[in-house]
Write a protein that binds this ligand. Sequence first.
Ligand SMILES: C[S@@+](CC[C@H](N)C(=O)[O-])C[C@H]1O[C@@H](n2cnc3c(N)ncnc32)[C@H](O)[C@@H]1O
Length: 385
Amino acid sequence: MEMMNSLSQNKSTGVLENLFGMKGGHEDSSYAKNSSVQLMIVEAAKPILERGIYENLKLNFNGGAIVRIADLGCGTGWNTLVVADRIVKAVQSIVEEGNKREFEVYFNDLASNDFNSLLRILPPLGHDSGDADGGRKPVATRSYYAAAVSGSYFKRLFPRKSLNFCHSSFSLHYLSRVPESVEQKSSPRVYISSDCDEAVGAAYLHQFEKDITAFLSARAEEMVGGGCMFTLQCGRKSGSNIMKEQGTFGDISRHLEYAFEDLVIEGIIKKEKWETFNMPWFATNSEEMESIVKKEDSFSVITVRVLEGFPLHSITQVKEGEEEMFGRSVENQYRAMFEKVVGTHLGCEHLTNEFFSRIAKRATAKFKEYLEDKVELVVSFLVRK
Ligand SMILES: C[S@@+](CC[C@H](N)C(=O)[O-])C[C@H]1O[C@@H](n2cnc3c(N)ncnc32)[C@H](O)[C@@H]1O
């Protein structure tokens, strides 16, 4: 194809994965400051995580008797540390009395992740001082050793049989690439939608199956028998059709398309720029996820289920006069998640700013529509056979 988009060019040089990273730092549009919705959902899934650990985790060791935990696609910000504390505490509670264990948490993400910001807020090693703010903020000290591990979790990251527990939240919906057949066609759709060719949905599902299978096979090598894995990712309702129902991603993709469309109508970008952008993500349902896990065959399924009904935006009510503030907040949320991937495609800061200002403008004008956007998730708890 003559006009290859910047995503595919980056993909062919192995850089695509590095575009998925959330926006680092601590400014208003950073992921650290725009992940309160994610934290609320992680809180809602806490009972599944903790019960899974209490009832299923077998602490087998491959020498050293150190409990090794990996957070895959850890991102940056307090959410990451809240999760690490929570897992360590839950595992500590099943350690038999008299068996003092040391813990090590590996924070994994792509090399483009802002590991520095994460490591800077890591509390000092020390004795646990109890849950701060009812578990919503990490404790003042940590009771685990910590290390950052950069690289894609679709490949091997750790030595064989070294991990006891793996966690991944809000990450596994990212594909390793836009499916090749989709990448080769120009279309104003940035993702699957009901007016796409059915082959588009099939191509995304196929890529997702390939990626999750690679993820599971890599972890199967790295985990000890009886080790457990908790995953939480954006998804869609049980039994739902790929082409008609893409949950949160359907809504977000539409908003991204509107922003591209506005820039085209205003003559700021050419139509081809819009038509060659595709989001490398997939919202699975619980049946697809369970079937991939069973086919790969290294893990037993304890549960795979859908959680739904969460608001997509951190502001859930807009009073008169607050519309612009809402628009700015949506812009910040979108910048946190998409500035890297959209910015790379548009190729310069000026166009990127134009793009996100259109997101803010529409969210201000159509705030009622945005307030209806909901998040659906697929959560799973698995045990290494
Ligand atoms: C939305 S953030 C989630 C961060 C955090 N886990 C949370 O729940 O708030 C998704 C993270 O997944 C990471 N990610 C995406 N694909 C990845 C891959 N193949 N390997 C490792 N990390 C990946 C991104 O870089 C990003 O930091």
